[in-house]
Design a protein around this ligand. Structure first.
Ligand code: EPU
Length: 308
């Protein structure tokens, strides 16, 4: 199966592709540099009744200890073109590169996202956001692949920003399962006069502030950033903190002492440890505050379904 893809790997350890360094093997694993390969891969997976999973930078995904009985398509396609203040980019472009190259060209709009892990595709899918700046704010349009389309003419489509229905850490693609093949972004160009106005310095400062905030408030080590989304009008980290759960450890997974919404792998954790810790946090917060926390990190089960 998938023999025509030169990048095919079998029994590929998924722990090598996720920030948590967790997860067993994928039966089939293909790294995609050219997005045109994606429809062909999905077609073959479907013909063989195999689940498939689209992976970006692995900074919001954890696979089960037993891995995936199907195909992982890791998107590393990373074309990045600047045309004045318009950017056309492949989904596999790392966010760090996108933000840095935009700043190098005196384009403003993304600097608060400096330091964000993962790829553009994953960021747009989840409307990644820090310090009230969302990637969705910069999106103009995108090319999507609809794996459910029966009509081959409708397989690939171009949609505008409104289609995404961006809101806090959410896009419409969560509902549709469509796959991003290309994104067009629009930023604001800083002019020579603005430079005299020290605008550029402010821009650089914003990026530095974003990095410093991370350093001061968030732990380093093996984690996936915020584990839960913030519930309306509150903070998952605060709730887990007040519930007295910081430092709680199950197997090799523990809740950071620095920030209650950071779930860590001490290097010996299994995905089952992480799931047990997640269950404990959800149950405790529900019991104490009657609030149901919703995961930001997606835990993928061996059948390709997301743990709910
Ligand atoms: N807080 C506590 N105890 C804790 C942690 C936080 O009381 O252990 C309190 C803080 O004092 C603060 C509030 O909770 O009043 C919010 O905490 P913080 O400022 O650290 O921000 P956050 O809401 O936890 C969000 C994003 C982060 C992003 C920061 C900065 C979510 C789920 N997380 O964190 O995103 O970096 O704001 O913009 O919205 C990520 O997506 O991986 C991520 C780290």
């Amino acid at each position: 199966m998938f023999d025509s893809f030169p990048n095919l790997k079998t029994s590929e350890p998924l722990s090598h592709h996720c920030w948590y360094a967790l997860g067993g093997p994928a039966d089939y694993f293909v790294e995609v540099i050219d997005v045109e390969e994606i429809p062909k891969l999905i077609k073959e997976a479907k013909e063989n009744n195999l689940p498939y999973f689209i992976l970006g930078g692995g900074s919001n995904t954890v696979f089960h200890d037993e891995g995936l009985r199907g195909l992982v398509i890791k998107i590393t396609a990373s074309n990045l073109e600047f045309n004045d203040n318009i950017i056309t980019a492949s989904p596999g472009v790392p966010m760090m590169r996108l933000v840095k190259e935009s700043m190098d060209r005196n384009l403003t709009g993304l600097e608060s996202l400096f330091g964000l892990p993962g790829t553009l595709g994953g960021a747009v899918f989840g409307n990644a956001e820090t310090h009230k700046t969302s990637i969705g704010d910069a999106v103009v349009e995108a090319t999507l692949l609809d794996p459910k389309a029966k009509d081959p003419d409708k397989l690939i489509k171009t949609v505008d920003k409104d289609y995404f229905q961006f809101r806090y850490r959410h896009s419409h693609l969560h509902e549709t399962g469509e796959i991003i093949l290309e994104v067009t972004l629009k930023l604001q160009k800083i002019t020579e006069e603005d430079l005299a106005d020290e605008e550029l310095k402010t821009l650089r400062n914003k990026a530095t502030e974003a990095l410093n905030f991370r350093k001061d408030h968030q732990p380093t080590g093996r984690n996936n950033g915020s584990f839960f989304k913030n519930p309306p009008n509150d903070y998952a980290g605060r709730l887990i903190d007040v519930a007295g759960l910081k430092g709680t450890k199950i197997g090799g997974a523990y809740i950071s002492e620095k920030h209650g919404n950071f779930f860590m792998n001490d290097g010996t954790a299994t995905t089952e440890d992480l799931i047990a810790l997640r269950n404990l946090a959800k149950e405790t917060v529900k019991e104490k505050f009657d609030i149901t926390l919703e995961e930001e990190v997606r835990i993928i089960m061996p059948d390709g379904k997301i743990l709910s």
